[in-house]
Ligand binder design. Structure first.
Ligand code: PHE
Length: 469
């Protein structure tokens, strides 16, 4: 029997939940390390352009689809086109992406949870940087430990999603999101006082060509998709719990601004600290797990703040993981008529299992020496394991393709009058309609297709790989 669909208590509840979905490992784990690898300021600028020009219009399109149809992605595409339509494939892709992304996301979040424990028990005190870095090596290559924390993290996620839209997701977002901003504030003050703040600001905002290459552009776009939770229906699903006249324009702007602010704040916290203790900025995905404990062990007061930092990382990961699980769960509730409890346990349990190979693959090549780019073209070479392939697949292919599908669908397939009325419903910013539509129709598809061609190595074939390293 299909259970009644939930709704948000009010618009603030939705904003907090959607921001909770957006703000996550993408902001605090991926944004700083990718910015570090790509040289800083210029990468940040390209990232901001991707958020505003590509991400924001797609976010509005996703919320539009969900809010109009009041159903989760697969059913939403059917309602707005026709039963059996090929567009439903975009919804399907989202459900599959939810399983794939959450399976490795939860492994990284599990490490973060373990690091809360390690830093509370003062494991990092009186250790040399080399010793602290080796702790991360031990953690990520210990199959039992990684699996254990992955399973614990998934269990927490499942427990919240089972409780439902309002009493589970919304309630927890209302608690965790303010907590997150308080922790960010404390850490920012710490970075300003104890870190090399001026150098950090300069690194983050002064355009710098040094480590920037053509590959930095697709990297920035993939990161924007991931960080804003776009391209796999998370915001279609969350949007479906809105009332049909809730303002989607201002809501999307608020969520994007919050998400981007947290990424920039994370940079403003991490880089001054990294510079203060003389660490490298371009260490890759291990950045937060090695540099932060090293920095906090060296700077006075850090040992108290290290647990706080990893608690922050875990909280943000949790509110994002909830939204990923909700996409899979909502499919079984809406399309198969399962109860919420059954749907959550089945999908969450499946994701726990799918995550095990990621947990036992040790984070692999991504964290090792040498090749460390999440943006390496898919199947770029041998030596990739399960974890690598899943990360590449979602960043480089599934989210951009999903985003392209969503943009094309809303821009070209949806009825003109319904689209325009839906955009302006409940909003004072209906004037932005033509700007939004033009971006969705022309800019977004062209940009995404270019990036996909790049990911498939087409430009490299045509122009040679000279500038890209
Ligand atoms: N936006 C989340 C983050 O930055 C990840 C995510 C991607 C969540 C896609 C939902 C959907 O960590």
């Amino acid at each position: 029997m299909a259970s009644a669909r939930g709704h948000w208590g009010n618009r603030t509840g939705f904003v907090l939940a959607a921001a909770g979905s957006a703000v996550g490992l993408g902001n605090i784990w991926a944004f700083p390390y990718m910015t570090g690898q790509n040289g800083g300021g210029l990468f940040v600028l390209v990232y901001l352009a991707c958020v505003a020009g590509i991400g924001l219009p797609i976010m509005m399109a996703e919320i539009f689809i969900g809010r109009t149809t009041q159903t989760s992605p697969v059913g939403a595409f059917r309602k707005l086109s026709r039963p059996g339509s090929a567009w439903m494939g975009v919804g399907w892709l989202g459900v599959v992406a939810a399983f794939i992304i959450l399976s490795f996301y939860s492994v990284i979040a599990g490490w973060s949870l373990h690091y809360v424990w390690l830093s509370i028990t003062s494991t990092f005190a009186d250790q040399t940087p080399v010793e602290i870095a080796s702790i991360f090596e031990q953690v990520r290559t210990d199959p039992a430990l990684s699996s254990l924390w992955h399973v614990i993290f998934m269990a927490i996620t499942i427990a919240i999603v089972i409780a439902g839209v309002q009493s589970g997701i919304e309630t927890w977002s209302r608690i965790l999101m303010p907590a997150l901003f308080i922790i960010l504030g404390i850490l920012l003050v710490y970075a300003m006082v104890k870190g090399n703040f001026a150098q950090g600001v300069k690194f983050l905002f002064a355009p710098n060509l040094d480590n920037f290459s053509w590959n930095s552009v697709p990297a920035a776009m993939g990161l924007a998709f991931f960080s804003l939770s776009l391209g796999m229906g998370a915001l279609i699903t969350y949007g479906s719990y809105l009332k049909t006249d809730d303002d989607l324009v201002s809501t999307s702007i608020t969520v994007s601004v919050l998400d981007t602010s947290v990424a920039l704040l994370a940079g403003l916290i991490l880089f001054p600290i990294i510079f203060a203790v003389g660490q490298e900025t371009d260490q890759g995905p291990g950045l937060v797990f090695t540099t932060i404990p090293i920095a906090f062990a060296e700077i006075p007061g850090g040992l108290v703040l290290a647990p706080l930092f990893f608690l922050l990382l875990t909280f943000t990961a949790l509110t994002s993981a909830i939204s990923l699980l909700e996409v899979a769960t909502a499919y079984f509730i809406d399309e198969r008529g399962w109860t919420r409890t059954k749907a959550t346990l089945a999908t969450g349990g499946a994701i726990m299992m799918i995550g095990i190979p990621s947990a036992i693959s040790g984070g692999s090549r991504l964290f090792g020496a040498g090749v460390q780019k999440l943006t390496d073209p898919l199947y770029a070479g041998p030596g990739k394991n399960w974890f690598d392939v899943l990360v590449d697949l979602s960043f480089n292919l599934m989210l951009p393709i999903g985003g392209l599908g969503i943009a094309m669908f809303v821009a070209w397939r949806v009825d003109d009058a319904a689209r325009e009325a839906g955009f302006s419903a409940g909003s004072k910013m209906g004037r932005l309609y033509w700007g939004w539509l033009s971006l969705l129709r022309y800019v977004v598809p062209v940009a995404i297709v270019m990036v996909l061609l790049n990911a498939l190595g087409v430009f490299e074939m045509l122009f040679g790989g000279g500038e890209a390293q």
